[in-house]
Design a protein around this ligand. Sequence first.
Ligand SMILES: [Zn+2]
Length: 362
Amino acid sequence: MSKPILEPGVLTGQKLFEVLQYAQENDFAFPAVNVIGSNTINAAIQAAKEAKSIIMIQFSNGGAHFNAGKFLDNSMQKAAIAGAVAGANHVRAMAKAYGVPVILHTDHAARKLLPWIDGLLDANEAYYAMHGEPLFSSHMLDLSAEDLDENIQTCKNYLERMAKSELLLEIELGVTGGEEDGVDNTGISNDKLYTQPEHVLMAYDALKEIGNFTIAASFGNVHGVYKPGNVHLNPIILKNSQEHIRKVHNLDKLQPVNFVFHGGSGSTPEEIKEAVSYGVIKMNIDTDTQWAFTSAVKQFMDDKDAYLHSQIGNPEGEDKPNKKYYDPRGWMHQGEKNFSKRLVQAFKDLNSENQFAYFYDK
Ligand SMILES: [Zn+2]
């Protein structure tokens, strides 16, 4: 079978849905990387170009605020809205410039962050009125800390609005452990870390007729990286959930739900492969790419230490200028390159490398 041919730019609506279905049916998933500004955005797009695939680029609320500059006051989520919209426009411009297809998303939004999502939905609707597609591909609501009925009801209300501008909704059932973006779930009780198949069915029933959605189900996954042996993944929960829905609704489709794997950093290739085989089409990566960026910068600083103590004077002479060593473009690019390299590895782990042809290769 020939590979699907993709145009550069942001995938939305029906095209996005078809790509996710294709990934699920062919047992691969996309890395979804958290970005915080143009450096990490460009590095993420470059990784997709190397892997000849599609990259999912996402802003957390903190990442969106950071992109606006931490100087800017975030009352009423104004800075995080402005930062995410500016980032989305940068992604759209660079996806075209690099010739890469991108899925553009926002990460965890608990109830207190709904004003952020509301602002982004306004931006999507304005963009939709002008271009016939939303600015973003999708958004996530994470109401997993709440009562299940409230979680699902709020998601349903949001999807009703989002479907009108062809946006996809990612929801969360059960809690991802660990700590991320200032939300600390390290002390959560064990039963909350494992989603029940009945709960997945409830969400499926509530959302199926309204619009496109994905489900981040918990199977023991945690944000962050911990010592081996401290995390017990149970991906069979995903398989059981698919089977439960299939049985109740008497479906032919093997995997009715597209799942999302949060807390992918630090997982083994075997664990990733198993989760993908049960219908995972997106795996989030943040902690490992943070480390990739920072460790490369540290390496540069260590290697060039003797050139970084003053503007003039180094081991080659006391009048030698150090400008080329302290110019931030030099050391930042080391971070960008290693960030990108780590992502190319994620494409391999998720089996999404070389699954597509780009239109200009025809
Ligand atoms: Zn997450």
